[in-house]
Design a protein around this ligand. Structure first.
Ligand code: HEM
Length: 324
């Protein structure tokens, strides 16, 4: 009986408390969505049991101009770096033609890159190409591709791009680190590189540039420029990418994450534009150039035409080695 009274008492207490709370709530003016949004932006905090760094900050309150920067500048710039450069090069080759080997192939192959060098080139290059394509999908896809393809296809595409982008980052960084460290000594600038630049390497087939063959060592000035751009912006893209890929490890602040995102995109734009130039030069523009990154050997005519100082040097110091 005693228990029965206790239960009734407890129920009544709970009922009156609930009515009291409801009345108190009814007296509170209801905030509009706009007011709630302003309060949150001003840093209003709530109550939570989480202990995370941003546990009481329910929304991103960063400067929305970052989103505009991505949609209005970075995304179109990445599109231009890829497709714009391809169009420019196709038109350039149509007008200018390619750089042919004078006198044709000699048939004698000169040792230029070790098997290991060729392997680390492709270790960096293949992931780099996949990162460019998936990165383009992630940064520019929603503005340039999504409106033209169905919801389902877009969802699959962007999910796949994210997975490939995350996984390719690691081999790319390995290839970047090995190429940067092992190849730097052959890529140091020399005085004769200035002359190479002034006549655009002899690749222009008309006007005062026609028939020019400027001096070049193991690497010419154009290759050196690409190498150092790749070394510097490869570092920027790798460091910013690591912050974005492993936030739990590096715990960047929100501001640092946004800076990393912007730097990552800027470095990607530069590397993409250079990669297109590099690929055109290696495959189409310079007859006989591609062989270097397939077998590690180059034709003797190619060596003397494009890298005369290096060819003279290896002849003189006895390190010239032909393929058997
Ligand atoms: C289909 C794509 C590519 C092809 C056909 C290609 C081809 C070549 C060739 C033939 C060379 C040797 C040039 C020489 O012996 O003087 C070379 C060098 C090099 N490649 Fe690539 N490459 C490609 C993509 C890439 C990419 C995406 C990267 C960036 C990760 C890259 C980075 C380099 C670097 C740093 C060098 C040394 C500097 C130079 O000689 O320009 N390559 N590549």
């Amino acid at each position: 009986m005693n228990n029965w009274f206790k239960q009734i008492g407890l129920t009544l207490v709970l009922m009156f408390s609930a009515i009291g709370l409801a009345q108190a709530g009814a007296e509170q003016p209801v905030a509009t969505d706009g007011q709630i949004w302003s309060q949150l932006q001003a840093g209003a905090t709530g109550v939570t049991t989480s202990h995370g760094e941003f546990h009481n900050q329910p929304i991103n309150t960063y400067d929305l101009r970052v989103l505009e920067l991505r949609s209005d500048l970075l995304a179109p710039a990445l599109m231009a770096a890829l497709f714009g450069m391809i169009i420019i090069f196709v038109v350039f080759i149509k007008i200018n033609g390619i750089s042919k080997l004078h006198g044709g192939y000699s048939g004698k192959l000169v040792y230029r890159w070790s098997k290991f060098d060729v392997s680390i080139h492709w270790l960096g290059a293949i992931p780099c190409l996949l990162l460019i394509l998936t990165g383009l999908t992630l940064l520019a896809g929603r503005f340039f591709f999504q409106p033209y393809i169905g919801e389902g296809l877009w969802a699959g595409l962007v999910y796949g791009a994210k997975q490939v982008h995350d996984f390719m980052a690691i081999p790319f960084m390995l290839g970047w680190a090995l190429m940067t460290v092992l190849w730097a000594k052959n890529q140091l600038p020399k005085m004769y590189d200035l002359k190479w630049m002034m006549v655009v390497g002899g690749y222009i087939n008309f006007g005062p540039f026609k028939g020019k063959h400027p001096d070049a060592g193991f690497a010419n000035a154009g290759e050196k420029l690409w190498f150092w751009a790749f070394a510097v912006f490869g570092l920027v893209i790798s460091a910013s990418g690591m912050l974005l890929l492993f936030p739990n490890l590096f715990e960047p602040s929100r501001t640092l994450s946004l800076i990393a995102l912007v730097l990552h995109s800027v470095a990607a734009i530069i590397i993409t534009a250079f990669s297109i130039v590099h690929i055109f030069m290696a495959t189409v523009m310079s007859e006989g150039g591609m062989e270097c990154m397939v077998s590690g050997y180059c034709d003797e005519t190619w060596a003397s035409q494009h890298h005369n100082l290096w060819f003279d040097e290896i002849k003189e110091n006895g390190t010239l080695k032909y393929k058997d």
